[in-house]
Design a protein around this ligand. Sequence first.
Ligand code: S3P
Length: 432
Amino acid sequence: MPVVSLSPIRAVSGLLAIPGDKSISHRYVLLGALASGRTTMRHLAPGADVRASLGCVAALGASVLRAPGGIVTVDGWGEAGPGSPTGPLDCLNSGTTMRLLLGLLAGFPVSATLIGDASLSNRPMRRVMDPLHAMGAHVTAVEGRAPVTVTGGRLHATTWTPAAASAQIKSAILLAGLRAEGSTTVVEPAATRDHTERAFPLFGLTCAVDGLRVSVDGGQRAVAPSGTLDVPGDPSSAAAWAALAASLPGSHVELTGVALNPRRLGFVAALQRMGATVAITKTHVLGGEPVGTVAVTYGNCADTTIEPDEVPGLIDELPVLAACAAHGRRLEVRGAGELRVKESDRISALVTGLRALGVSAEEFTDGFVINGRARLPCGGQADAVHDHRLVMAFTLVALGAIGPSTITDADAVDVSYPGFWTDLAALRVPLA
Ligand code: S3P
């Protein structure tokens, strides 16, 4: 439970290169393990989550090497397929690792048990187990929670409509579909991040996208890309600084190298509605993902509502948007019940932590409302309940308070953004 003490700052200002995207990194690592040949990646997400994916694929027989210059290589198992690991595969805190790996392994003749930390062991896995069962896979767990054991074998295609809009469910099914007999289709209830679909062609794989339907033919073979895969910056990490700049008068930040995938940029429209000026400049394309600069300037506070249909495009950014609202805006969020099954119950823990910092906040079953005020009265002590996104959100609130604050479990930020404190130090403008 490491505790961080934070003093208020005046503003944030400056230029920052954003570390590699977590979602894209997981996909490159897992597809690299599946492929024949060596996948070379640069600028992988630096946090513990992607380390979990690297550790799991290594335990399954892929060879993982870290080279100078931030390069990581994965020699995939290719035609030989994965080997059965000698012990459980530890996915740590990473839901993406566990869910995508279940799909990846379901069609191979291996047996593996996937475990995770206390948070991951409490998260729902039936959402992935059910479609895999429909494809003929053997996946077992007690009450749909980790440890989950997958004993792979022959799969047949299915058409599946997940109950939740979730890129993890979609991706698990598509990965399993690569090994199934026939053509597997996912019909999404709402569009979710499409990094798996964009990554497939890099590995010689195809999928067909038709609106909310994504189909993959079985029997495809993945091949390592010939060049180096550069991972663009994580929009969820960029969103923390964007929200902080939108919170503190006088702020201006330019965040470079950010993945501009339209399905990840819902936070931009939300911040604009809250009064910030946000300029997006596309500079290049990496691995089928548009990349560019997000520039944010503080603007006068305005109230807004986030509607249910916006939620999939900003689900991971809701905590920092709530923190931004704490500084003088009213923000109402509906249709975000999925937040309750993230690394923590992010509705309850967010509202509890915000209140502990002096913010007026109420929870709904599927969302919350924040009634913010400029310069929060005194600071306080918030518990991030070991959830990386809550560490960032509570930090944003604390930095705009009048007095000092403390955050417990602040080390959880390492899950996605270990350089968070260093980057904050680079951007902060002190009070006096
Ligand atoms: C992710 C998908 C989202 C997101 C998570 C990463 C991914 O989860 O919240 O942080 O990489 O596919 P769901 O698919 O469960 O919504």
